[in-house]
Ligand binder design. Structure first.
Ligand code: FPP
Length: 233
């Protein structure tokens, strides 16, 4: 079933609306969203999807109320300290993309430790976008290229799509085949702009806390039935 899918990128949206619709604080939506995440990661591991990338926190999310940011950071700490162990035990290599210097020091230390500890795991790769914004990633890659040219380590004529891709946070990770966004919003929100040039997009109205393993599997089946032509006939 998952023969031809290598990489699924997910935008987990709708936690706040889920909570508000039930008269609960937004934090309750994030908490339920974290449970959904656990279920979906287990399903993806069962399906042997080689790469999953999650949008856990965008650079724009820093502008939310301090209380909400603090709550999300608390959930993240909990996630990195305990829950991620299950996924690690299933053979996941864990990577982080984004501007990690914006995060608290203990979180940065934990992220590096997880990356180091799981770097030889081969079953699948879980890539977590944290404090991530795609335009910033592209600008950072352009700066890296400029520095390499200035230092004489790269020739301007050798800058092509492949060398540029290798300067992005996602160097070495295949481009997503499929992007799933929950909650009915039909936009990309500064997520993997370079990497999704040829990705299939799937928007579902389901709010992330209500997203299920069944719906995830149905979306993957739908993807497997689409024909991708990459601009050719
Ligand atoms: C979008 O919902 C979700 C987020 C900003 C955070 C995603 C976090 C989780 C799924 C929980 C797990 C968390 C971590 C950090 C591991 P929203 O708040 O934008 O919802 P809304 O659009 O309805 O307001």
């Amino acid at each position: 079933m998952t023969d031809n899918i290598k990489h699924v990128a997910i935008i987990m949206d709708g936690n706040g609306r889920w909570a508000t619709s039930k008269g609960l604080p937004r934090s309750a939506g994030h908490k339920k969203g974290a449970e959904t995440l656990r279920q979906i990661l287990e399903t993806a591991a069962d399906m042997k999807i080689p790469y999953i990338t999650l949008y856990a926190f965008s650079t724009e999310n820093w502008q939310r109320d301090k209380a909400e940011v603090d709550y999300l950071m608390g959930l993240l700490r909990q996630y990195l300290n305990s829950e991620i162990k299950e996924i690690e035990d299933r053979g996941a290599r864990i990577l982080f993309i984004g501007e990690r210097e914006m995060l608290a020091n203990d979180i940065i230390v934990k992220m590096s430790e997880l990356e180091r500890r799981t770097k030889n795991n081969k079953d699948f790769t879980l890539c977590i976008a944290l404090s991530y914004g795609s335009r910033a990633e592209i600008v950072a890659a352009a700066k890296k290229a400029a520095i390499l040219v200035a230092e004489g380590e790269l020739k301007v004529n050798d800058i092509d799509e492949k060398t540029f891709s290798n300067l992005l946070y996602t160097a070495g990770i295949p481009d997503p085949d499929l992007v799933i966004r929950t909650s009915g919003e039909q936009r990309i929100s500064n997520y993997l702009l370079w990497q999704i040039a040829y990705s299939e997009l799937y928007f579902t109205k389901t709010l992330w806390p209500d997203f299920s393993a069944e719906e995830f599997k149905a979306i993957i089946s739908d993807f497997n039935s689409r024909e991708r032509r990459y601009g050719k006939v």
